[in-house]
Unconditional design. Structure first.
Length: 213
C-alpha cells in the first residue's frame, strides 16, 4: 500500500502467565511405563495460491514459507509489545496490483494464543485512527465484517486509505486461532470498499484457520 507507515508505538500486549506446579514422583517398580502424549505440530500449514480470493485478470503466485515477521503487516500489526515469538509468513502476489500475506505464530499455551489473537484484532480495529493521527495527509476508514465460526474463531475487517494526492487502497485483514496457533491474513490492492471481495476473503480465512493443524 502506498502509505507512510505510522510512527506511533503500538500498545503493549499484557498476557497473563499461567503457572502450574508439578511434583515428580518415581514410579513403582512394577508400574508400566506410560506412552508419551503425541506432540502438536510446530509447523502449521499455509494457504496456497489457489486459496486466495480469485483475481479477475491475473493468477496468484505464492512465495516460499519464510521465518520472520512480514513488513506488509507493519501498517497495522507489528511485533512491538509481543517479543519472544517465532513468526513465519508467506507472501502472495499477482501480475497487477493485488498482493497478500499470511502470518502464523505458535504461542506457548492456548491462553497466550487467545490473548495474542485479541491483541492483533485490537490493533487492526484501531488501525484507521492511528494512521490518521500519525499521517495528516491520509484519510482512513475501518469496517468490521464480523466473526467466523471456525475452530477457536476468526474475525474479518476492512481498511480503506486515501492520500491527499489521490492514492486509494483497500485491504482486508483477518485474525484466527486454532489452539496455540494464531494466523493473520491480509489481502490488498488499489481501490475502495466496493472493490473488496469480502465473501471470497472470508472463505480464504476459514481455509487458513482450518489448515493450522
Amino acid at each position: 500500500m502506498s502509505l507512510h507507515r505510522p510512527a506511533s508505538a503500538l500498545r503493549a500486549l499484557t498476557v497473563a502467565a499461567l503457572a502450574a506446579g508439578a511434583v515428580l514422583t518415581a514410579p513403582a517398580a512394577d508400574a508400566a511405563p506410560k506412552e508419551a502424549a503425541p506432540a502438536l505440530s510446530a509447523t502449521p500449514a499455509f494457504l496456497s495460491a489457489s486459496q486466495l480470493p480469485p483475481h479477475p485478470t491475473s493468477s496468484w503466485t505464492a512465495g516460499p514459507v519464510t521465518d520472520g515477521f512480514p513488513d506488509e503487516l507493519g501498517l497495522c500489526v507489528s511485533t512491538e509489545g509481543v517479543p519472544g515469538h517465532d513468526y513465519r509468513h508467506r507472501r502472495f502476489w499477482t501480475d497487477l496490483d493485488a498482493g497478500a500475506v499470511q502470518l502464523t505464530v505458535v504461542a506457548g499455551t492456548s491462553a497466550q494464543a487467545k490473548a495474542l489473537a485479541q491483541h492483533y484484532d485490537d490493533l487492526i480495529r484501531t488501525c484507521a485512527d492511528r494512521i490518521e493521527e500519525s499521517s495528516p495527509d491520509v484519510e482512513a476508514e475501518g469496517r468490521d465484517y464480523g466473526t467466523l465460526p471456525v475452530e477457536e474463531g476468526a474475525r474479518v475487517r476492512g481498511l480503506h486509505t486515501e492520500t491527499s494526492w489521490g492514492a486509494t487502497d483497500i485491504a482486508l485483514l483477518s485474525v484466527g486461532r486454532d489452539g496455540r496457533t494464531v494466523t493473520v491474513v491480509k489481502w490488498g490492492q488499489m481501490g475502495d470498499f466496493r472493490d473488496a471481495p469480502v465473501a471470497a476473503f472470508k472463505k480464504t480465512t476459514r481455509t487458513a484457520v482450518n489448515k493450522l493443524y
